[in-house]
Design a protein around this ligand. Sequence first.
Ligand code: FES
Ligand code: FES
Length: 172
Amino acid sequence: MAISISLTVNGAPISASIDPGTLLVQFLRDQLRLTGTHVGCDTAQCGACTVHLNGRAIKSCNILAVQAEGADITTIEGLATDGALHPMQTAFKHCHGLQCGFCTPGMVMSAVSLVQRQPDLTGEDVRAQFDGNLCRCTGYHNIVKAVLEGAEGMKSAGTANAAKNANAPATA
Ligand code: FES
Ligand code: FES
């Protein structure tokens, strides 16, 4: 039996009919064709599927699409503005914070959420908060550098404290 859901994805209102068992990541990738959100494990361990739900980073393989009813979802495709990369995307590019790039969308989404909650970060903070994001290429050193540089970029752009009062973990 199909069920109807309505939500906002990257600023666009979406209404769809889905199987109630559809995971949010399946809905984003298979139905909306937003394939920048990756599936690395499907068991809430790797963080490749991280998106923002009402401004908080969540693992989209870990919730059903129906649980996002009425929510505001942002995926990696929604970060750039008018073709200009988000400061965190720019930092990952500048710092070579990727190798194969498979984990990168989730890393970037987690990083943006982290900086919004905690703009002033140390490398230790980043390493501790990213325990839910795995990079199979083990490119962690440059990823940490990228997050720190991205945090400075977000502060300069005035986007570093959008969710400062949210007390959610970086990834759920
Ligand atoms: S695919 Fe969701 S955490 Fe790995
Ligand atoms: S860059 Fe390859 S998995 Fe992270």
